[in-house]
Design a binder for this molecule. Structure first.
Ligand SMILES: [Zn+2]
Length: 114
């Protein structure tokens, strides 16, 4: 079992899961059953850790490379053309398929978020 994707957005996790299942890859989502209760509990407010986010996993580790390739192609149709870029706001290196900084949300061209 290997995690391929994790997000606080359960809809996106579900979308990716259906993409992998359509490709014949066995998957399951970890934490999806506990998230509803955690969101409404004091624990979630005190410890808003990504551990509570639903995580999409492949059942068979052998499917991991194919799963990552599939999800990458969904996220970014032309990965080779997009190099990682340094954020002008915080200096973090941002993956090329992101148009805004994952850390401070500044746009690739250096503009502040509106
Ligand atoms: Zn930044």
């Amino acid at each position: 079992m290997k995690e391929v994707f994790r997000s606080s957005d359960a809809g996106r996790v579900g979308l990716y899961q259906s993409i992998l299942e359509d490709a014949g890859i066995g998957t399951f989502v970890r934490n999806s059953s506990t998230q509803q209760t955690l969101v409404h509990s004091a624990m979630a407010a005190l410890f808003p850790l990504p551990d509570f986010w639903p995580a999409l996993c492949v059942v068979d580790d052998a499917d991991y490379p194919e799963a990552m390739t599939l999800l990458r192609s969904v996220n970014d149709p032309a990965p080779a053309e997009r190099a990682d870029w340094p954020c002008a706001g915080c200096g973090e290196t941002v993956p090329g398929n992101f148009d805004t900084c994952w850390n401070c949300q500044r746009a690739r061209d250096g503009k502040r978020p509106s």
